[in-house]
Ligand binder design. Sequence first.
Ligand code: ADP
Ligand code: MG
Length: 228
Amino acid sequence: MATMISIEGLTKTYHLGELDVPVLKEIDLSIQEGEYVAIMGTSGSGKSTLMNIIGCLDRPTSGLYTLDGRDLTTMDDDELADIRNQYIGFVFQQFNLLPRLTALENVMLPMIYAEVPRSERIKFAIAALEKIGLGDRLTNRPSQLSGGQQQRVAIARALVNHPALVLADEPTGALDSKTSHEIMELLTELNQQGTTIALVTHDATVAAQTKRVIHMQDGVIVETEKHS
Ligand code: ADP
Ligand code: MG
């Protein structure tokens, strides 16, 4: 398998007044194409910071990060935004849908940034929502949908540009166990179709459905376990 993500000696330090707060400390991590990885660890251990850097939403303080062989640390903000739009779909614990937009409009958003023509955007967004079982909810706003339905819309939005990499930061953290299971089935199916997935979770049942679990503590990776 080809290496998709290669991270070496990655650090992130926040500067709060006089104080330097190291949040990621010399992280080494590689993720292969097609992998399905969970990141676990206590609150504050740096999981979201790492995910945000991997997802090009944030930058490291130092260290190396290459994605498909491309060095991201030397890219300017526009180049980084292009990588994000081309490669990466992001799913968040609180869904992060825009409340004033319908399900369809939320799913169409990433295609605007990717400059897909409008007629195509509508067609692809409908297809993405049908695929996740929400073809009858196109014109509903987030407040008219259950938590599980909102997360499905968020997943459809993350997938609509066919990203090679999907990052999910506690995607089931706000859902009950049955809905959480349904969302994990969706992600597992996506991985089986070839998408590389890294997710953060506190839930051992969720982590057990992935193929590798990375444990973080206080800004370092302390252990990695592989499932067959
Ligand atoms: P986790 O997702 O594992 O709970 P985070 O990556 O969100 O952890 O946070 C790791 C540490 O970094 C925490 O101590 C948090 O308070 C700190 N932190 C996160 N974001 C910022 C920021 N923008 N400024 C300062 N400190 C931050
Ligand atoms: Mg977090």
